[in-house]
Design a protein around this ligand. Structure first.
Ligand code: SF4
Length: 198
C-alpha cells in the first residue's frame, strides 16, 4: 500500500516587527505621479508592505471606497473647493488618520493646480479653485516635490512606523528625521518639515 507523505509544515518566517501600521493613500486632485513614485521603490515597497505597513486605503490599488481609520494618510493632490465631496474627504482623512502627510507639491502648496481655471474636458467647468490641503486641515508632515523621490516616501513611511511603534530610542530617531533640527528654514532646504507638536 502506498503511504502518502504528509506535507511538511513550513515554519512561519520570523518578522522583524511586532505590529504593522496602516497607511492610506488619499487621492485628491493630483496626477497619480506621487503614487507611482511610491511604487518605484520596487522591492523596497514589498519590504515596506511585508514588514512595516499595510496599505488599507488606496483608490487606485485597493477596493475600499470609504476612508477608514489609519495611522498615516499619504495625501496626494490639492483640494478642489468647488467640490463638496473632495472637501468632505480631506476632512475625513484628517479625522481618521493619526499622521497626515502632504505628499507632493500639489498637496503641500498647490503646485500646477494653482493655475487651473476650469474648463478641462473631463471636469465640470465649475471645478476651478484648488487649494493645498493645509488650507483646510492640520498637516503633520510636508513632503513637497513633484513627485517626491521614491526613497523619501519610503523613509517617511518607515519613520512614521518607528514613531508610532518603536522603542523610545527609535521614536527619538524618527522625530529627529521627520522634525528638522534647526527650524523651518532648514526644513525647507531639506524639502520636508513636520508639525512641531507631533
Ligand atoms: Fe502629480 Fe507632481 Fe502633483 Fe504629485 S506633486 S500629484 S506628481 S503633479
Amino acid at each position: 500500500m502506498k503511504v502518502e507523505k504528509k506535507p511538511e509544515i513550513q515554519e512561519m518566517e520570523e518578522k522583524p516587527v511586532a505590529e504593522k501600521i496602516t497607511i492610506g493613500h488619499v487621492h485628491m486632485s493630483g496626477c497619480t505621479g506621487c503614487l507611482v513614485s511610491l511604487a518605484d521603490n520596487y522591492e523596497g515597497l514589498f519590504t515596506l508592505l511585508d514588514n512595516y505597513a499595510d496599505l488599507n486605503y488606496c483608490l487606485t490599488l485597493a477596493d475600499v471606497r470609504d476612508i477608514p481609520k489609519m495611522d498615516v494618510a499619504l495625501v496626494e493632490g490639492s483640494v478642489c473647493i468647488n467640490d463638496p465631496h473632495s472637501v468632505e474627504d480631506i476632512k475625513k482623512a484628517r479625522k481618521n488618520a493619526t499622521i497626515v502627510v502632504a505628499l507632493g507639491a500639489c498637496a503641500a502648496y498647490g503646485n500646477i493646480t494653482r493655475f487651473a481655471r476650469g474648463g478641462q474636458w473631463n471636469q465640470p467647468p465649475q471645478h476651478e479653485n484648488y487649494v493645498p490641503i493645509g488650507d483646510l486641515i492640520n498637516v503633520d508632515v510636508y513632503l513637497p516635490a513633484c513627485p517626491p523621490s521614491p526613497e523619501s516616501i519610503r523613509n517617511v513611511a518607515v519613520m512614521a512606523y518607528l514613531l508610532l511603534r518603536g522603542t523610545d530610542e527609535q521614536k527619538e530617531l524618527a522625530a529627529a528625521y521627520l522634525k528638522p533640527p534647526h527650524g523651518p528654514r532648514t526644513a525647507r532646504h531639506r524639502g520636508m518639515w513636520m508639525r512641531p507638536d507631533l
